[in-house]
Design a protein around this ligand. Structure first.
Ligand SMILES: [Zn+2]
Length: 314
C-alpha cells in the first residue's frame, strides 16, 4: 500500500511519503510547487474545474459536480490519461459519480480510478471487505492531519498499483487447452482484477478479437498480482483459477460454468501451496461462463488481448 499526502499549503507536507498531490487550479494552485519539492515521489495533479486538465478530478461541493464526471473522464481519455482519478466522498458525490460513469459505459477499473474520502473509519481503502462501502475503491483519503499550525495536510491510502499506467495486459497471460478446434480459455490480470476470455472454437477467435470476455474481479477486495494456475475440474464443468494477491497469499477460485457450484473464492493457500485456511468467503457469484455470447464489455481491452493472443499462437 502507498501513502499519499496532499495539502493546500505545500510547506506543511511531510517528507518521506510515497506520493504527493496538489492542485492545478482553484484558490490554491500548488501542484507545481509540490512537484518541485518532491521529485522522487509519485505525483498526482488535481483540477477542480472541468475546463482545466487534471489527472485527478475533484468532485466536492463547490468543485466539479457529478453531472460533469463523464465529460471530465472523456476529456482525460482524449488527452491520453487512460485511468483518470475521480475523487469524491462516499457519503455524498461518489455514488452519483460511479452511477453516471457506469451509465455512460465507462468501466472501472479500466476506465478510471476511484479515490474516495472517508474519514473516521481508520486507515483503509473503501470497499465491501473493509468499511463495508459497496463500491470498491483504488484509494481512500482517510484522515486530516490538522492538529496545529504546522500540520495541515490530508493523508490517503492507495493500492500499490495506483500509479501503474503500463499495458492493460498483465505479463502472465495463461492459456488453457489452446488448440484449433475446441473451447479455449485465457486468464490474465488487468488493473488488479482477474479476467477470463474464452472462445468455443480454438485460438482463432482470440487472434481475431472475437473471444468472449468477463471480469472475475479479485477475492476479498484484494489486488490480483498474477495468475498462478488455471484448470478444469475432473468433471469438466468447473473452471478453477489460482491467483497471487497483494497480501502474498494465493487464492483459489472454484468456478462452475454450469451453475451447480458456489462460484467465488472459497479458500486460500500460503505461498508454499499448503492449505492453511479453509473458510467460506462471502462473495458475489459470478456470471455463467458458457462459451459464446457476443457481449463485449471492454473493446479496447479485447483488442489488446487479441494482439497478445496472436503472439501466444495456436
Ligand atoms: Zn471507507
Amino acid at each position: 500500500m502507498l501513502r499519499m499526502a496532499d495539502s493546500i499549503d505545500p510547506a506543511s507536507l511531510p517528507a518521506g511519503m510515497d506520493a504527493y498531490a496538489g492542485y492545478n487550479d482553484g484558490r490554491w494552485p500548488d501542484y507545481q510547487a509540490i512537484a518541485a519539492a518532491h521529485p522522487g515521489s509519485h505525483l498526482l495533479d488535481f483540477s477542480v474545474f472541468l475546463k482545466d486538465p487534471g489527472t485527478g478530478g475533484d468532485f466536492e461541493p463547490g468543485d466539479m459536480d457529478p453531472s460533469q464526471v463523464v465529460a471530465y473522464v472523456q476529456g482525460e481519455h482524449a488527452r491520453g490519461v487512460a485511468r483518470p482519478v475521480v475523487y469524491a466522498s462516499i457519503a455524498s458525490e461518489m455514488p452519483a459519480c460511479v452511477a453516471n460513469l457506469s451509465a455512460a459505459g465507462i468501466a472501472w477499473p479500466a476506465g478510471y480510478r476511484r479515490l474516495s474520502a472517508h474519514y473516521g473509519a481508520g486507515q483503509h481503502i473503501c470497499g465491501p471487505s473493509t468499511c463495508g462501502y459497496a463500491t470498491q475503491c483504488d484509494g481512500t483519503q482517510w484522515i486530516d492531519h490538522a492538529t496545529d499550525l504546522h500540520q495541515n495536510w490530508d493523508e490517503s491510502l492507495l493500492n500499490d498499483n495506483f500509479f501503474d499506467t503500463a499495458s492493460p495486459i498483465g505479463g502472465d497471460m495463461l492459456t488453457f487447452r489452446p488448440n484449433n478446434a475446441y473451447r479455449c480459455d485465457l486468464g490474465y490480470v488487468f488493473a488488479g482484477n482477474l479476467w477470463h476470455a474464452w472462445s468455443p472454437d480454438g485460438m482463432g477467435s482470440f487472434a481475431s478479437g472475437q473471444a468472449a470476455l468477463e471480469n472475475w474481479g479479485a477475492p476479498q477486495g484484494r489486488e490480483v498480482i498474477e495468475v498462478v494456475g488455471f484448470s478444469w475440474d475432473q468433471e469438466g464443468v468447473g473452471l478453477n483459477a489460482f491467483v497471487l494477491c497483494d497480501d502474498g497469499l494465493v487464492y483459489g477460485q472454484w468456478w462452475d460454468i454450469t451453475g451447480k457450484g458456489s462460484g467465488w473464492s472459497q479458500s486460500h493457500w500460503n505461498n508454499g501451496g499448503t492449505p492453511t485456511t479453509i473458510a467460506a468467503q462471502a462473495g458475489t457469484a459470478g456470471p455463467k461462463g458458457d462459451p459464446g455470447p457476443a457481449g463485449d464489455p471492454n473493446p479496447a481491452l479485447k483488442a489488446a488481448l487479441a494482439a497478445a493472443a496472436a503472439s501466444v499462437g495456436a
